[in-house]
Write a protein that binds this ligand. Structure first.
Ligand code: ADP
Ligand code: MG
Length: 242
């Protein structure tokens, strides 16, 4: 068994007097695709922010790729994480789509260094995967919500991350876009063995994830696959043997 990419134990976190996460424990396996679902306000986005070190947990412990978010040394870990926040705006800078996707390479290249030929190839491949090649010269500000979401996904893919966190990436996508996203993610997982976490309300997207947690009441409950020995109230075998 390889060590999980993320291990959370009894994590609590909040904002001011508000408690968003009460007691979250979960493991994200290396190379897995995990869905986080649950109602609005359940703390899904907060959990991702804790994983990224944007919010310090108030209690419990969290480890991401063997490091503690927010502590010295975590900056290097962050370079290996692709994050697409919820409600990604196009941004106010008058950049083109190709420039916006190229931003995904600057963390590695350093802001002042020009992109190498290989960086540029990765940018083109990411645009291809996310279906935004036709938009390459368009200004990001002019795009629709769904197009903007695809550009944000392309930028995170261009990073070539080991861990990809997508916060409601399908909220502005049509059925075709949602199917495309699942294909892109599966492709990356299969061929580059990356670990993916997707926050989603979309049934099909959730069903496409091999591991699933539901957030609610400040906690995260594993809903798939079920723990061995879990009660199956609808199984006739259980009733018959009961
Ligand atoms: P979800 O992503 O599951 O919809 P969030 O993690 O965004 O839930 O929010 C969890 C709770 O924390 C909600 O009650 C929300 O209102 C609150 N919250 C989220 N972000 C902030 C913030 N920046 N300041 C104050 N409260 C926040
Ligand atoms: Mg959210």
């Amino acid at each position: 068994m390889t060590e999980p990419v993320i291990t959370a134990r009894n994590v609590s976190a909040g904002y001011g007097r508000l408690t968003a996460l009460r007691d979250v424990s979960l493991d994200i396996k290396r190379g897995s695709i995990t869905a986080l679902c649950g109602p609005n306000g359940a703390g899904k986005s907060t959990f991702l922010k804790v994983c990224l070190g944007m919010i310090r947990p108030r209690g419990g412990s969290i480890s991401v790729m063997g490091n503690r978010p927010g502590y010295p040394g975590f900056r290097k870990t962050l370079l290996r994480i692709g994050y697409v926040p919820q409600n990604t705006a196009g941004g106010s800078l008058p950049t083109t789509v190709r420039e916006a996707v190229s931003m995904g390479r600057y963390g590695m290249a350093g802001f002042c260094r020009p992109l190498s030929g290989q960086d540029k190839e990765l940018v083109e491949a990411a645009m291809e995967a996310a279906g935004v090649v036709d938009l390459a010269k368009r200004r990001v500000q002019e795009l629709s919500g769904g197009q903007t979401q695809r550009v944000a996904i392309a930028r995170s893919l261009a990073m070539e991350p080991d861990l990809l966190m997508l916060d409601e990436p399908t909220s502005n996508l049509d059925a075709e876009g949602r199917g495309d996203l699942l294909r892109i993610i599966r492709d990356r997982q299969e061929y580059r063995h990356i670990t993916v976490i997707i926050v989603s309300h979309d049934e099909e997207t959730i069903a496409g994830c091999a591991d699933r947690y539901r957030f609610g009441d400040g906690r995260a409950e594993k809903i798939f696959p079920e723990a061995p020995g879990a009660l199956r109230p609808f199984s006739s075998r259980n009733v018959a043997n009961g």
